[in-house]
Design a protein around this ligand. Structure first.
Ligand SMILES: *Cc1c(COP(=O)(O)O)cnc(C)c1O
Length: 465
């Protein structure tokens, strides 16, 4: 007779084989499952833990692709969704209204980054995932100039090297991650790419601020060259997340804001990943004191429970669509626009910021993360340790020298992933960049496990090199 343990193991194996028989996983070379890349069956979530069918716990150090804000199965959000589901699960948002959509818009506008010298963000347009939110912002910017009629040549976007804004055709067009973009290049719009302000690119003696100023100077030249052709510039404020958690000095954002104003270009801040406290402030733009013309939010918006995006726009942009002609209206829509369950989850998530004094708590957690990361940053193969708020990244390179990245065929990041998973931590490196972006409810013991495991994973992954 099989022992109890065997039965439990069989359960995980059972889900693995049923999965691989029918599922095509995102962002995955399916051929690597299950031998190169183990598949982790998850039965339930509990705070920062993912719990397997065998009861084995794995720490979710990447907040399940940066969405899980508080913790898995956070009861206050679960309860809010359940209550909303019994009240109103969905209603068409064209021609209809419902309280969660209205209340969430009011709260987001009240919390949005603000610059006293400008009219505040004033309207909210919903979409149902980050990429769709980016599409909304791009189309809105283009259409706003089209409606004005005085500058028909404004059809181009400026995007940054190493930026990421999603996978749909428009969002991918303004993204610059070769692995995702290159294959589809023939299908994509051609934006004007500007240098990244990334502080990792600093040459000898350059500070992060120097890198930011240099990139802003280059941007100024590009905007001169393309005067009158650009409708909007899109960027990820403070951290280029998918691009390897590359970070930049806030002075870049101030310079970009000024340059956009000088050239009459709309500034789109994509805070889909960095919004809702990830960088230490509720929104990253606050650290530069700037206010964008369009602000894209998603991922952590619902606390990580349901897909939802919000695009916040100025009154001036909104007014540009008011007309007797329906063609001048923004006719964009998604079936689930402003879904009440997702809005209710987002409202409950915002409540938790107040109830738990979360930004203050995160400052303590971020300080703990810094202390735990420092000794790992001294490892001989760590070329850079960087942190912005609740995001910590370790960039691995041979001998800790930026000039000698590891041969990609060594798949150091994948080795680290497997080593960490064996030890009960889900780290999902971006190439050879290991990072921590945990749910905010992570506790001291979990942080200690995270640090210990990261050190061990780096040691094991680089042992071959
Ligand atoms: C994840 C991400 C997106 C895309 O969001 P999806 O919901 O995955 O489509 C857009 N911009 C940034 C900065 C992101 O990190």
């Amino acid at each position: 007779m099989a022992s109890h343990d065997d039965a439990i193991l069989d359960d995980a194996a059972h889900w693995r084989s049923r999965d691989l028989a029918v599922l095509w996983h995102p962002c995955t070379q399916m051929r690597e499952h299950p031998d190169t890349l183990p598949l982790l069956p998850v039965a339930r979530g509990d705070g920062a833990w993912l719990v397997g069918h065998d009861g084995r716990r794995t720490l979710d150090a990447v907040s399940s692709w940066w969405v899980t804000l508080h913790g898995h199965a956070e009861p206050r959000i679960a309860e809010a969704i359940a209550r909303q589901a019994r009240t109103l699960e969905q209603v068409i948002l064209a021609g209809c209204s419902h309280p969660p959509a209205v209340e969430l818009a009011e709260r987001l506008l009240a919390l949005a980054p603000r610059d006293a010298g400008r009219a505040p963000l004033a309207k909210v347009f919903y979409a149902d995932n980050g990429s769709a939110g980016v599409e909304v912002a791009l189309k809105m910017a283009f259409h706003w100039f089209r409606n004005r009629g005085d500058e028909p040549r404004r059809t181009k976007f400026v995007a940054l090297h190493n930026g990421y804004h999603g996978e749909t055709i428009g969002a991918l067009s303004v993204s610059d991650i070769p692995l995702y973009r290159r294959v589809y290049a023939p299908l994509l719009l051609e934006p004007v790419f500007a240098p990244s302000p990334d502080a990792y690119l600093a040459r000898d003696g350059q500070s992060a601020e120097d890198c930011a100023e240099e990139a802003a100077d280059a941007l100024a030249h590009l905007l001169d060259e393309h005067a009158g052709e650009i409708c909007a510039l899109i960027l990820e404020p403070l951290v280029q997340c998918a691009g390897g958690m590359r970070m930049h000095h806030p002075v870049y954002l101030r310079r970009v804001r000024e340059l956009c104003d000088v050239h009459g270009i709309l500034l789109i801040a994509d805070e889909i990943a960095v919004g809702f406290g990830r960088t230490g402030t509720l929104f990253a733009c606050e650290q530069a004191g700037i206010q964008p013309d369009l602000l894209c939010l998603s991922k952590g918006l619902t606390g990580g429970f349901l897909p939802l995006a919000a695009v916040l726009a100025t009154q001036s942009i909104y007014d540009g669509f008011l007309d007797d002609s329906r063609e001048r209206a923004f006719l964009h829509s998604h079936s689930y626009t402003g879904n009440p369950l997702a809005c209710a989850a987002a409202l409950a998530s915002l409540d938790i910021f107040d109830q738990d004094d979360l930004l203050a708590r995160n400052r303590d957690t971020a300080a703990q993360m810094a202390a735990l990361a420092a000794p790992i940053g001294a490892h001989r193969h760590v070329a850079d340790l960087r942190q912005t708020g609740m995001i910590v990244a370790f960039e691995l390179a041979r001998g800790g020298d930026k000039a000698t990245p590891f041969d990609p065929s060594l798949r150091i990041g994948l080795r680290a992933y497997r080593a960490a998973l064996d030890r009960g931590v889900l780290l999902r490196p971006l190439g050879d960049v290991l990072y921590w972006m945990p749910p905010y409810r992570i506790d001291d013991a979990q942080l200690a496990l995270l640090a210990e495991t990261t050190a061990a994973a780096i040691e094991e992954a680089t042992a071959c090199a």
